[in-house]
Design a binder for this molecule. Structure first.
Ligand SMILES: Nc1ncnc2c1ncn2[C@@H]1O[C@H](COP(=O)(O)OP(=O)(O)O)[C@@H](O)[C@H]1O
Ligand SMILES: [Mg+2]
Length: 332
């Protein structure tokens, strides 16, 4: 049985309708009108033990709402969830033993206490044995460099430090499943890289199942084999990232610097996208023509002083899926 099963999951929020102006404000107080916001609409997926899955979508897509239902913080409007056999919102405590959670936007640690005291509190709350605590603290201190700020109150930590503290805290009780909601948000390049390395290691070495939301495309490319793509609360794709790339990623851009000689480029099989001085951007489909085929055409009329070939970024591929939908049926 899959470690996480989600079927027909929906979440609606009742949002007070706001009217503008003074009379409108009075009207809203006396006679509140509500509109229904469908944050998650009929989402289904299942995740096997040990997988690392990217739960991807633009801002407001419904990612955090889904994570909150999976962790038992929110009750679904309808649909089914099983996390290691538990219904999260019914057995929140039991579920908590099996999961670790990090919300990148908000710390789970005690703001005013030295960081180490948060860890000690969590040790008590989760009844972590002395031995397990020591083992984990040693490992996390080693990999995440916790010792540089263990005695600093959480509110004084840098964002990178806070994120490292939060992820260490979420793993103290050795959960089998880790939910990471935007774990790299706001981090600089180096801190992001460290966080990604750590997540990879936790997944690989401890076989922790990881569900990660992000809108950072580099996170996805570096961390996940599988992604569940959502948009406006609905699932638009579920499957291997490589398949998306194979389906949408056949376009390449050849960028060449040519020595100007007054002649125009004569291309067949490529499309001139733009020109800036001597630099030309040429788009081609690698199934129809190779980069070297294009280059040999160009060298018949021009000397090339520099060239690169670019693959499309996953970001542009994903925005195409949002616009057009995925042509093949999605995996459920
Ligand atoms: N507590 C709430 N009350 C009303 N609307 C909410 C609430 N939480 C989220 N929403 C709305 O639901 C949608 C999905 O939000 P969220 O799950 O936070 O998106 P994401 O994490 O993908 O950015 C958004 O339109 C958001 O404004
Ligand atoms: Mg969110």
């Amino acid at each position: 049985m899959a470690i996480i099963e989600v079927e027909g999951l929906c979440k609606d929020f009742k949002v007070a309708k706001r009217e503008t102006g003074f009379v409108g404000a009075l009207k809203s107080i006396v006679n509140r009108e509500f509109v229904l916001k469908e944050a998650v609409k009929d989402i289904s997926f299942s995740i096997e033990k040990g997988e690392m899955v990217g739960y991807i979508g633009p801002n407001g897509a419904g990612k955090s709402t889904t994570i909150k239902m999976l962790t038992g913080i929110l009750v679904p409007s309808s649909g089914k969830i099983r996390v290691k056999g538990n219904v999260p919102y019914e057995n929140r405590k039991k579920n908590a033993r099996n999961i670790g959670v990090v919300f990148g936007q908000r710390t789970q640690l005690w703001w005013d206490l030295p960081t180490i005291e948060s860890f000690e509190l969590l040790k008590e709350i989760y009844r972590v044995s002395d031995q397990q605590y020591k083992k984990n603290m040693d490992t996390f201190t080693d990999i995440l460099g916790l010792d540089e700020f263990l005695n600093t109150p959480v509110r004084q930590l840098s964002l990178g430090q806070r994120m490292r503290a939060d992820i260490a805290a979420s793993l103290l009780h050795d959960p089998e499943i880790l939910f990471l909601d935007e774990p790299t948000i706001g981090l600089d390049v180096v801190a992001k890289e460290k966080m990604r390395d750590f997540i990879t290691e936790i997944n690989r070495e401890r076989q922790v199942t990881v569900i990660l939301t992000t809108h950072d495309m580099e996170d996805i490319e570096k961390l996940c084999k599988r992604m569940v793509l959502i948009d406006h609360g609905q699932k638009v794709y579920d499957g291997e990232i490589e398949r998306v790339k194979a389906r949408y990623g056949k376009m390449r851009t050849l960028i060449v610097d040519v020595e100007e000689n007054g002649k125009g480029l004569c291309l067949s099989g490529g499309e001139l996208l733009k020109e800036e001085g001597n630099r030309k951007w040429i788009r081609f489909n690698r199934d129809e023509i190779s980069a070297s085929g294009l280059i040999s055409q160009i060298t018949e009329t021009h000397n090339i002083s520099d060239l690169t070939v670019e693959e499309p970024e996953i970001e542009s591929i994903i925005s195409r899926i949002y616009q057009e939908g995925f042509a093949e049926p999605v995996r459920v």
